[in-house]
Design a protein around this ligand. Structure first.
Ligand SMILES: [Zn+2]
Ligand SMILES: [Zn+2]
Length: 271
């Protein structure tokens, strides 16, 4: 059986245009026993009129998202366990809102996916487009601060900053070390991201890419724990679940502990 806590929905605007149930059905068809939805978090932006299209849902859609996954758990609970969570940026100005939202919506989990520095309202380039060492250093520092909030169950694609970066230089090594040491200290798993694997296979990555062996060697040397995630934006990403086995074999070969499931998530219905 396979387990995945990283799945988006059509609400983010850059995933397959399909209903949430299609992801559940596809997961069941491919032998998944746990599916966690972690769509990109909406943010209550302070910049008047700012509403990024194709990046994330609106705040107004959040309640319907949570309701949809809960309702699917009612229908599909006999064959798969569903969780509803969010993939969050490290946006310190909006953390009070996020903490409140977790309570109000009764979310099961959050994962940290650090795509933009502090907020995307400024039009700053995303970390997946980083080409300068300063951006890598900034990514490392902000990611560690995000991890230290202790809001998150794992760090998604910890090496995404290498997506467009030309070579593994001193800034990359230092950022990797900072992230891995913080992960070890906080006992926070690092996600080996299969969407990155897809992108590498399709040859659409401009830089050294992710997942990056140099990063995972450091993670192994620092004694970090790994978890494998689909980061599903396409239904077809569920169709080759043996990639989970391959990734686990690879990570264990590096000497890493690999989690099969996140401990301590309660299934619906909540008491
Ligand atoms: Zn992400
Ligand atoms: Zn994601």
């Amino acid at each position: 059986m396979y387990i995945n806590y990283h799945c988006h929905t059509a609400r983010c605007g850059h995933a397959d245009v399909c209903g949430d149930e299609e992801y559940v059905r596809r997961a069941v068809d491919n032998g998944f026993s746990i599916l966690g939805f972690s769509d990109h978090t909406p943010w209550p932006y302070r910049t008047a009129g700012y509403a990024p299209r194709g990046t994330r849902m609106d705040v107004a859609e959040l309640e319907g998202y949570v309701r949809s996954i809960r309702s699917l758990q009612e229908t599909w609970g006999h064959v798969i366990r569903l969780y509803v969570g969010l993939e969050c940026e490290y946006y310190p100005d909006y953390l009070p809102w996020l903490r409140r939202t977790v309570q109000e919506q009764g979310l099961d989990f959050l994962i940290l996916g650090n795509h933009w520095p502090l907020t995307d309202e400024t039009g700053a380039r995303g970390f997946a487009g980083a080409t300068e060492p300063e951006a890598v250093t900034q990514y490392g520092a902000l990611t560690v601060r995000g991890m230290q909030t202790e809001l998150f169950r794992y760090l998604a694609h910890p090496d995404i900053v290498f997506c467009s970066y030309p070579s593994f230089d001193a800034a990359c090594e230092q950022a990797s070390l900072s992230i891995c040491r913080a992960a070890k200290a906080l006992d926070l798993p690092l996600e080996y991201n299969l969407y990155g694997v897809d992108k590498m296979e399709r040859g659409i990555v401009r830089g050294i890419g992710y997942p990056l062996e140099a990063f995972w060697q450091i993670a192994a040397a620092e004694g970090c724990t790994a978890i494998v995630g689909l980061d599903a934006h396409r239904l077809t990403q569920f169709d080759r679940p043996t990639r989970f086995d391959e990734a686990k074999t690879y990570l264990r070969g590096l000497g890493m502990r690999v989690l099969d499931a996140l401990p301590g998530l309660d299934a619906f219905p909540k008491p």
